[in-house]
Write a protein that binds this ligand. Structure first.
Ligand SMILES: Cc1cc2nc3c(=O)[nH]c(=O)nc-3n(C[C@H](O)[C@H](O)[C@H](O)COP(=O)(O)OP(=O)(O)OC[C@H]3O[C@@H](n4cnc5c(N)ncnc54)[C@H](O)[C@@H]3O)c2cc1C
Length: 376
């Protein structure tokens, strides 16, 4: 497709959201400039997101990224739910009728590298170590300052400015977008362990400790991630093989926030810059990729002013779902945790409950992309 260059588009941020936006614009013949404060993509062993859902694979088919993801990713076949090590329920992903498995496992750093690979085919390369530091002008005519790694300071006046610059978005703050919401009380802990031999990576396990929870997720053929609300969780891990090393550990708090509007004038927000929530459900990266695909489609149609009204309902749906899932897994009251243990075994006998759960995990609870015929 020939290149159109009616508008100068500057994307601040080269995480999954910014890279997808630049790629989706490029495949429609629209060139953009993409800058990032980071020196490069997410290091693979520090990948926050691990789940690529079916909606993302549908969205990234046209750019060729889905085929690359599928060649590298691992299929999840089961979600196992336990209480104090005792099995309560199992949800099999094979029962889900869709072109793609609801969730495939691939480290965020790998997904970013595949997006970069396809982007480079259009001659677009992010300018790394380039930080948006200040803004002047207003949302109708944004003027931004970029600080380059060599100390050079540059002023740019793009026709369209997109803040895909993560949860602490400089674009969001500088242009005064509100970011209402709240943080939850529980702290979360994470540790990735690499083993001396390949381990079973086909399932996610959620073990309710009552109180607290210990999650086990695959990272790659010999590495597993453990997530917990219990600071002492590592003593409770039953390692499936000899540990070689703990490759990453982290501690984080969870906030649920989203902007009231995702655009003002010629300034747009996408991904974590516009919404943050709990990782329960593996939706964050996928939602940012979905924002980026919608924004690219709307810009190419000259309809970008519809972006916020079309995306905010999807954002609200995902925040509501992840809030409910997080409340469910972080229950502390012994009466409620006891009730949860009695109700969960019913899931095995209620196909409508597992279907709703898998549809949610697949990211198919938000409006399908209208530019992809028959998309789910
Ligand atoms: C423990 C954990 C597990 C998670 N698991 C999942 C999962 O399984 N599935 C899922 O979908 N999501 C998951 N997420 C969420 C996911 O990691 C994020 O939603 C995703 O990284 C957001 O992508 P983004 O591109 O919007 O922002 P980011 O990935 O944060 O990228 C922001 C980009 O902006 C750049 N930047 C920042 N400031 C500036 C500036 N001033 N100027 C220029 N550039 C700037 C950065 O350098 C970077 O390139 C998880 C999160 C956590 C914490």
């Amino acid at each position: 497709m020939g290149e159109r260059s009616e508008k100068s588009i500057l994307i601040a941020g080269a995480g999954p959201t910014g890279l997808t936006l630049a790629l989706e614009l490029a495949r429609r013949g629209l060139k953009s400039r993409i800058v990032a404060k980071a020196a490069g993509p997410t290091p693979i062993h520090e990948s926050r997101a691990l789940g690529v859902n079916a909606r993302t694979l549908t969205l990234l088919e046209a750019s060729g990224v889905s085929a690359l993801i599928l060649a590298k990713a691992r299929r999840l076949t089961k979600f196992k739910i336990l209480a104090a090590g005792k099995p309560l329920a199992t949800v099999e992903t094979e029962s889900f009728r869709s072109r793609y498995c609801p969730i495939q496992i691939l480290a965020q750093g790998e997904t970013e590298r595949l997006l970069l690979q396809r982007l480079s085919a259009f001659g677009i390369f992010p300018e790394w170590s380039t930080e948006l530091t200040t803004v002047s002008g207003d949302v109708e005519k944004p003027v931004i300052t970029l600080q380059h790694a060599n100390g050079r300071v540059e002023t740019a006046e793009p026709d369209v400015l997109v803040g895909a610059d993560g949860a602490h978005s400089a674009v969001r703050k500088a242009f005064g977008f509100g970011f209402p919401g709240n943080a939850i009380e529980s702290r979360f802990f994470l540790a990735d362990y690499r083993y001396a031999q390949p381990v079973d990576t086909g399932f996610i396990e959620l073990n309710f400790l009552n109180p607290g929870v210990l999650g086990r997720l695959p990272v790659n053929e010999d590495t597993l991630r453990y997530l917990s609300t219990d600071a002492d969780f590592e003593t409770r891990i039953e390692h499936p093989a000899m540990v070689l090393e703990r490759t990453w550990s982290s501690e984080f708090r969870i906030s649920f926030r989203h902007v009231e509007t995702m655009s003002r004038g010629h300034v747009f927000l996408a991904g974590d810059a516009a919404h943050v929530h709990s990782p329960a459900g593996a939706r964050g990266m996928n939602l940012g990729i979905e924002d980026a695909c919608w924004l690219a489609f709307l810009i190419s149609e000259g309809r970008e002013q519809e972006y916020s009204s079309l995306r905010i309902p999807a954002v609200k749906t995902v925040l509501k779902d992840t809030r409910r899932n997080t409340a469910f897994i972080t229950l502390k009251n012994p009466v409620l945790t006891g009730l949860r243990s009695r109700l969960l075994p019913l899931v095995d006998h209620l196909p409508s409950v597992s279907t709703a759960f898998l549809r949610n995990a697949a990211g198919q609870d938000t409006p399908p992309p209208p530019w992809i015929p028959g998309a789910q």
